[in-house]
Design a protein around this ligand. Sequence first.
Ligand SMILES: Cc1cc2nc3c(=O)[nH]c(=O)nc-3n(C[C@H](O)[C@H](O)[C@H](O)COP(=O)(O)O)c2cc1C
Length: 363
Amino acid sequence: MALIHTELCDTVGIKHPILQGGMGPYKTESLAIAVANAGALGIISCIGMAATLIPEAAPIDAQRLFGSDPPAVILQKSIETVTERTRTSGGVFGVNVPVAAEFILASKMFVEQTIESCRSNSDTERALRVVVTSAGNPKPWSVLKDEGFIWIHVVPSVYHAKKAESAGADVIVASGHEGGAHVSWDPVHSLVLIPAVAKSVKTPVVGAGGFCDGSTLAAALCMGATGIQMGTRFIATKESDFEPMWKQAILDREERQTLVGRGLFGPMRFLRNKRAEEIVEQTLSDLPNFYLGEPLDSNEEILRLEQTGFDDLLDRKENTALMFGGEVVGRIRDLPTTAELIEGIVSEASQVLNKAPKFVIDM
Ligand SMILES: Cc1cc2nc3c(=O)[nH]c(=O)nc-3n(C[C@H](O)[C@H](O)[C@H](O)COP(=O)(O)O)c2cc1C
């Protein structure tokens, strides 16, 4: 089998240039183990960011969904489990910490826990190489490099990529608007974003948003990226921690069946169902205020819709459950193991790239 080897593999210490996206506030522990053992970068997601700081959002991070441990303890236990279960393979993993201003104290708490976990266990120190920050200002987080981590920051535009580079990020993830869950208010899709970011910074770039197979990995490399990050595609794998109903919902949807609406912490891309339609309706009713730069007055209603959407996920009500996913749902039709998925992607990408030189005619 041919391998695809890029600068990203050397920087992070992975066999394949593929990152699993952080997918808070959901558990991605089993997924991170499987991805790391398959030679890509597994990521533990943070759970309970909102509950720590914004009392009105606490019901969203309900105990029912995440158990009764405090958020830092959930993270600590996940780090221990993933360390233990990647020891034999020597796989590496990271932690994703969203750093939006709304929950910056929670972000600090999760970063401190991650540092503490590495200091107290030499196996963790070996395997937990990466911290991925997202959804906020990169500047305060260069301290992660002083702690010995590879620091990756996620951005939605060239402007933000330049900020991440001047803050000193080791790798920049350029995340296109077709991706699942949080997206930017200003939509720039992967085909425009990734080559633009790759040309604007010297830091290695990883493409996110819409990636799922070998041809899209090959395309990312051709656009100047050093690898890809995938969220939605990894949900629909055998080992992923997500509800079977959610996995099936991805398999059932076509590419037009996602919607972007306003979430409590910014716009999100949902799998289209009745709940997503209600959220979009609410978002549209807010538009006049949004364009006038006035405060949005539907916080309570958005909170109610998200909260009942979380409950309905647990009650397995497909039409009213809150489920996120990218446009790439339209290209996902199977439920492989992560190893099958990753090996399939690499093998297809190498075939595509091997064919590419035939298109070039020297004159
Ligand atoms: C359910 C879900 C939850 C997500 N939560 C986070 C998160 O907590 N932090 C983050 O940086 N990105 C988050 N993302 C974005 C992913 O990390 C990834 O960048 C994105 O899914 C890539 O686009 P794709 O879905 O087309 O693969 C989430 C995505 C999904 C689908």
